[in-house]
Design a protein around this ligand. Structure first.
Ligand SMILES: *[C@@H]1O[C@H](CO)[C@@H](O)[C@H](O)[C@H]1NC(C)=O
Ligand SMILES: *[C@@H]1O[C@H](CO)[C@@H](O)[C@H](O)[C@H]1NC(C)=O
Ligand SMILES: *[C@@H]1O[C@H](CO)[C@@H](O)[C@H](O)[C@H]1NC(C)=O
Length: 305
């Protein structure tokens, strides 16, 4: 089944449950903020060729200068799954001994614009919960790498039993990270934390509710970034809650007061309320506490999905 994006953009039906956010708004502490700024550096590192084309033992570094804390922590790659699959599901498992974390990171696709303009967004049953439907492309991306990753995670976790599991991604990588975290929590990693920066919507209300109830979800959006507005509400897709909505402009240092915590699988006080996705206005998509995809420079591969 294919949808016309433009036709849907003009439709007005809204599914999901809108919740008045101010009733439940929470504050972001400076400790929270430091976490948000730290984990995005792994997402940033996953765009850097030196990292995603590396072998186990490689120390993460970012030529764009956007992962200084990760470099300082000395995080190394334990398992790499870049350039191995047809769907371009790429990333790595890193071990961060400084922060006692195992970090499963999914790289965003280089072709996010192609993804959007070729929007079809069919559902599939991910077999995670009753009535749950996930976006087919995101779920397929995860399913393709799930077995080797779970195996590698299990053995890495066995070597570091006191480490926490953190699942990270930016853009399409965040969508895959969301489904991966949801699945891994039911496969021996119940308290996996999710840091999803600029994620598209990944599923229907039943799936969003299921993932929300698992807790430990940190999903970020930034001003009018078009990517978290897709797939559209009119297609039945909603978001995992809460939303950490970054209100400050591009290239500005984000302070705790710039982030609003919004509840509900549909909330018009955040990114969703900033209008229809403008497919030409991508600037907010790059800036999540820093230039999250700064390593996507010239000379890097441009794969079509
Ligand atoms: C990815 O794989 C292809 C084919 O195996 C190879 O030609 C290419 O150099 C690889 N790219 C990277 C970044 O490793
Ligand atoms: C990983 O560990 C979990 C929990 O111990 C187990 O349920 C799962 O089957 C393991 N998966 C693999 C691929 O080893
Ligand atoms: C933000 O920084 C990028 C890269 O340095 C630059 O291309 C862009 O124009 C800047 N945007 C704003 C709003 O200052």
């Amino acid at each position: 089944m294919r949808f016309s994006l433009l036709a849907l953009l003009s439709a007005t039906t809204v599914l999901g449950t809108a919740v008045p956010s101010h009733l439940q708004s929470r504050d972001v502490s400076n400790d929270d903020l430091n976490q948000f700024k730290y984990w995005v550096e792994f997402a940033a590192a996953s765009y850097c060729h030196d990292n995603y084309a590396s072998k186990a033992g490689h120390k993460l570094s970012c030529w764009a200068g956007n992962c200084p804390q990760v470099e300082k922590a000395g995080a190394t790659i334990a398992y790499d799954f870049s350039n191995t699959t047809a769907t371009d599901t790429s990333g790595f498992i890193a071990v961060d001994t400084t922060n006692k974390a195992i970090v499963l990171t999914f790289r965003g696709s280089y072709s996010v614009r192609n993804w959007i303009s070729d929007a079809a967004f069919p559902y599939t049953d991910p077999d995670l919960c009753t009535g749950c439907q996930a976006e087919l492309g995101f779920w397929s991306s995860w399913k393709l790498v799930r077995d080797p990753i779970t195996k590698a995670l299990n053995s890495t976790a066995a070597q570091h039993p006191d480490y926490e599991l953190v699942v990270v991604g930016h853009s399409l990588g965040a969508a895959v990270a969301t489904l991966a975290a949801a699945d891994l929590r039911g496969r021996g990693h119940p308290s996996a934390k999710l840091y999803a920066y600029a994620s598209p919507r990944v599923g229907n209300p039943a799936l969003a509710k299921y993932i929300t109830a698992q807790k430990n979800n940190f999903r970020f959006s930034h001003t009018n970034d078009p990517v978290p507005k897709l797939p559209l509400l009119t297609m039945g897709y909603v978001h995992v809650s809460p939303e950490y909505y970054i209100k400050s402009p591009n290239n500005a240092t984000v302070r705790a007061g710039d982030i609003e915590v919004l509840e509900g699988d549909v909330n018009f006080d955040g990114n969703t309320g900033t209008g229809v996705p403008e497919l030409t206005a991508f600037s907010a998509h790059h800036w999540y506490f820093e230039e999250a995809d700064g390593c996507k420079g010239s000379g890097l591969p441009f794969k079509r999905v």
